[in-house]
Design a protein around this ligand. Sequence first.
Ligand SMILES: [Zn+2]
Length: 252
Amino acid sequence: MIILFGIIFIFGAIIGSFLNVCIYRIPREESIVYPPSSCTTCKNVIKGYDLVPIISYLFLKGKCRYCGEKVSIRYPIIEFTTGILFVITFIKFGISLDFAKYIVLISLLVVVSMIDLDTTDVYFSTTLTGIISSAIFLGIYLYMDIPIGSYIYGGVIGGGLLSLIILITKGGMGWGDAEICLVCGLFLGLKLTIIMLFLSFIIGSVIGLLLILSGKKSKKDYIPFGPFIAIAAIVTIFVGERIWVLYTSLIF
Ligand SMILES: [Zn+2]
């Protein structure tokens, strides 16, 4: 079992390394497959043996092999986090269709939320990738005779509620946030989408309040909401069903 966890972690860390490339290149409108990664300072192409997730960073002590420029600690952190999230997904779902579906969603969320933090923008190419990949899973469900209505409603409610909020409040949240919720809804289905929306507002208000109280942000500053949706969606994947049971037992 430990060996299997190790394999899943390494797989996740390798995907995380690819997600780093996406996070860096998508806002610059560069191809995510070509050319190979190079140092952003000295432009030297990074050799394969220096691209081993996490290990290379530690081995090179966080510096470029050629020019010694510092490499952001964010790269190994994202590789590590993706690895851990893949392992938790595996513990929860085993090797299953849900595992495949949720590691795709988690990967998308890592990319979208980090780009949102960097640029306060959500790029349509990432939204489109989300819609297409959810459509593939819904196609598999149809083929397996699993009803997909809940997922369509999830997308409609997720994207729709955010759109409504944007129209009413005129700002505060951006259309990118509605796009993220649409994609999450398509992956999560109606019930879990409601939990996710609920959690994202709680997480958003708590962290927003803390940022304002600690003086890091003022009321007028724009705080990207995408990362909160991403955190809420990931929490929902793992404990959404439990929250739902708890919630409904309190009401009924
Ligand atoms: Zn360099």
